[in-house]
Design a protein around this ligand. Sequence first.
Ligand code: DGJ
Length: 700
Amino acid sequence: MNEFIHLQSKNHSLIIKTDRVPEVLHWGTKIAQIDEDLLLSTERPISQARLDVDVPLSLCPELGSGHFNAPGIEGHRDGLDWAPVFNLVATNQSRNAVEFTLRDDVAKLELTIDLELDFDSDVLKKRTSLKNLGDSRYYLGKLSSTLPLPNHANELMTFHGRWCHEFQTQRQRFEHGGFMQENRRGRTSHENFPGLFVGSNGFSEQNGQVWGFHLGWSGNHQMRADVRSDGRRFVQAGELLLAGESILDTDECYQSPWLYGCYSNSGLNGISQRFQKFVRQNIVKFPVDKPRPVHLNTWEGIYFDHKPEYIMQMASEAAEMGVERFIIDDGWFIGRDGERAALGDWYLDEVKYPNGLEPVIAHVNEKGMEFGLWVEPEMVSQDSNLYRNHPEWVLGLQGYHQPSGRWQYVLDLQNEGCFNYLFERLNDLLTRYNITYLKWDMNRELVQPGHQGRPAVHGQTMALYHLVDELNKAHPDVEIESCSSGGGRIDFEILKRTQRFWASDCNDALERQAIQKGMSYFFPPEVMGAHIGPDECHSTNRRHHINMRGVTALGGHMGVELDPVKEPQEEIEAFSRYIALHKKYRHLLHSGRSFRIDPADKNQNIYGVESDDEMLITVCQLAMPDHALPSPLRISCTDTDAKYQVKLVEMPQISFQLMKQRPKWLDKTLTLSGDNLKEIGITLPILDPESALIVHLQKI
Ligand code: DGJ
């Protein structure tokens, strides 16, 4: 029953051979037609001294059919039915989507595999579901989504990180063995962002074939890339289920999170442009189509020291600087004078705010800004009224001592009373006050995630989604930021119900260059919270000139994170200048195609955004230049036949240390054609370490 399913998007093809099980034959550049001889030409030989039959690398590889690497499914029925082998029983194709139904009549299991190749963005998404058709319970240990890769995909790029150090990348050969990451932290995590890239040898920002992957899930996950001993290779990702976490009764079904994949033959740029387009069109929804407002967030400015009069002064200064949304961070609710108490008591602290929050909000609104508020709904402090009244609402395991994290515990969102309390509190705040924005924080990992004694990361994650969904329904105009000690919960699934990520608690511009670069492979700039902090960074104690801080924050969803009342006038003027620059270009930054340029100097980070008629390029000198003279900036995405006006819009306003004479064009507007820019390029000034410039190109 060999047949082909051919899904096509604007540029790509996914060809699946259907036999006993579906098997991907090609995922990449578009194929015009499937030749009659394709089946014959792709038939594999059978090697000596191994199984006597060909074993397909199917969309859900099975141990029971001779796949000795990670199977797509693991489980059992009281020790039986632990090596299922499926047969394809139905295929339903509708345009660029297909659903396969497979059955194992012995183990009494039904598997459903959904695939969709998004036409516009070329992003592929895949999900796998399992239904128990038997009379007894099925203990599911794992149900992951598998996608194969061609054998020339032999280099891996993965992500690692930690608090204040998100989205760090690592390269390794991918020829034998493999890579595996397991996240058991109960949130997407700083450590194991669920994404990776596999590509042809030496793939770079601009060149090479690359396949990119992201698992849209905010709980535990497992993600791996394996090379089988026969050279075939695959990526596999799914939820990491704790022992006993998924037990399916008769007719019960488990559905995996979506795995998103994407191919590019133009390096990582081709991947990120596709993922970013997909996010814009399919994932993030802004309640109102308006420019992303510039933020001021109070955290690093005042921490827990809340005085309404002073906050209003901060708001006045913020408005003067051009801020459009003012957010009161942690410290506003009853008893919250430090990080050890009060989480869960989501009532205004009337000692700090004797006249209520209303006058502060009114002041913020009078200054023309929106008002936002910080919350951390999933948490409770031991020293809180909520904990004293409901210690049983803590997510945990009876009989064990659970370590606290930031002196707090996680609430059991599957507990109905707890869920309703949180909804009531948040709903009340959003109804009572003119709040248009919530910064939704989540500051600790799940250590003993037990609900009624059973493992509950899956249930907790689904309940979180449900809570946010319910609030979105009740308050459709309110935007939400997903924050988790910075970037601990950044993924497509949470972004379906939020509008912004706090990328990192690290506002150190040098660190941010790497964090934001890593994040940009998946997410567009308009969802990437990026703030200018004070000159001495609170998380690293490193100092950066405003040029480096301003340029770095300007490329995301911009904000400032400081106390403007205490900042010197010179800094205030600079913040205003960068805010104005951001506003001038945010139409382009927040809708254009982002790209990165492979730098000749490894100590540079070069990135940009383009639309059909303009382009903004940032060159950041991260450390000492590699050579005495910088290489020309060659811009390969220009239109060869077009002419461009090229103008410097930003560079350090201080005297340079490494350069005694600057190129004259810096003070002029150049007119250059696309091929000159592409092939010859423009000469850059010698940037001192930790400084940056921005160039604007306008098509004439
Ligand atoms: C962690 C967040 O990432 C910070 O931005 C800030 O909101 C603090 N929590 C407040 O406790």
